[in-house]
Design a protein around this ligand. Structure first.
Ligand code: SAH
Length: 364
């Protein structure tokens, strides 16, 4: 396979449908984080609309995927805005929601769940749901047309696979068994993230109405920690599989993931440099790979360590399998994820990542 930049829209999607390994069935980490972020969503919306509400409120969810979280995001926003309208003693607005994801997303699965959503929300809310397929790294909507953007667990995906290292350097690394395994990403990923995130901000500022805002939640990284990231753990396992001749070395050398975990200060710097948004809030929530919160009283004790590890591995399979399958073929997926699960169980206490929660308003 050639080592060149591959646009993500041609290859990225979560596991579709509603089967055992689907994203729909394995999106509970994102759901837990979404519930923890709800008070910040509430604060952001209340601040933006403290004096009046539009008669038709246009909201877009960017990187909506397909599954229970897609309509949960909408539902949270409707509840919050309806409370705001009660407080302001005005009629609740009509809502127009735009669900955005890449072209390969399972939009049909979302469409099928919409009647149930309409049914449970009516008659108190008038809500129109539209789909807007395409990349959020670019313009998706007319200028000055959207009041609020929401994006959860999507902006760590890059627009393309950066060329990490020369093929020679990677072969040398495979030989030494020390291919890049930590959350510390090479400079080409940081550069790609900066380009992508800048384009994202520029596009959204053009599309937002004056005074509009957004709430962004995505995976980041800590400054100095050696935390292992899921792509890092896949690399360790794939490297073992090369050494056992289960995978061609050349296949591993040419494999990169279009993903980057940025530090909070890095993100703040890019927002400042781009210049269209005011940071209302930027904070980090510590999340374990199985979604349990480490900021609250320790880990949730709903399962033992083994179960938690297995659970985390299943969730990550729904996210990473399509990319790994496209590159290495379906044949090794069960073996790869069996090993991934074993390692996840062993390493679970160390498997933590910061989730960045950022509330922004457009500078007039
Ligand atoms: N918001 C959902 C889904 C998160 S999964 C939740 O919180 O559960 C991340 C989603 O982002 C995937 O569905 C992926 O296809 C989408 N995504 C990644 N890059 C994208 C891009 N450039 N444009 C639009 N969607 C993108």
């Amino acid at each position: 396979m050639a080592d060149m930049a591959v646009p993500v829209e041609e290859m990225l999607h979560m596991n579709g449908g509603d089967g055992e390994t689907s994203y729909a069935n394995n999106s509970s980490i994102a759901k837990k984080v979404m519930m923890r972020v709800k008070p910040i969503l509430e604060e952001t919306i209340n601040k933006m609309f403290c004096f009046n509400l539009p008669t038709c409120m246009k909201v877009a969810d960017l990187g909506c995927s397909s599954g229970p979280n897609t309509l949960l995001a909408i539902s949270n926003i409707v509840d919050i805005v309806n409370e705001t309208s009660l407080r302001l003693k005005v009629e609740p607005p009509t809502f127009q929601f735009f669900l955005n994801d890449l072209f390969g997303n399972d939009f049909n699965a979302i469409f099928k769940s919409i009647p149930e959503f309409y049914h449970t929300r009516k008659p108190d809310t008038t809500c129109f749901i539209n789909a807007t397929p395409g990349t959020f790294y670019g313009i998706l909507f007319p200028s000055n047309s959207i009041h609020f953007f929401h994006s959860s667990f999507s902006l760590h995906w890059l627009s393309q696979v950066p060329d990490l290292l020369s093929a020679e350097a990677k072969i040398a690394d495979v030989d030494k068994g020390n291919i890049y395994v930590t959350s510390i990403s090479p400079p080409s990923c940081a550069k790609q993230f900066k380009e992508d995130f800048t384009l994202f901000l520029r596009s959204r500022s053009q599309e937002l109405v004056p005074g509009g805002g957004m709430l962004l939640t995505f995976i980041g990284r800590y400054d100095s920690s050696q935390n292992i990231s899921p792509p890092g753990l896949f690399r360790i396992i794939l490297n073992d599989m090369v050494l056992e001749n289960l995978i061609e070395e050349a296949d591993l050398v040419h494999f990169n993931m279009p993903i980057y975990f940025a530090r909070a200060d890095e993100v703040r710097g890019i927002i400042k440099e781009e210049g269209s948004f005011l940071v209302e809030r930027l904070e980090c929530i510590k999340t374990s790979w199985d979604g349990s919160s480490l900021d609250e009283a320790g880990c949730e004790s709903f399962k033992d360590e083994n179960e938690r590890g297995e659970f985390a591995a299943k969730i990550l399979r729904a996210v990473y399998e399509p990319l790994l399958k496209a590159h290495f073929g379906a044949g090794i997926m069960d073996e790869l994820f069996f090993r991934f699960q074993k390692k996840t169980v062993q390493l679970l206490p160390k498997l933590v990542y910061p989730t960045l929660v950022i509330s922004l308003t457009k500078i007039a």
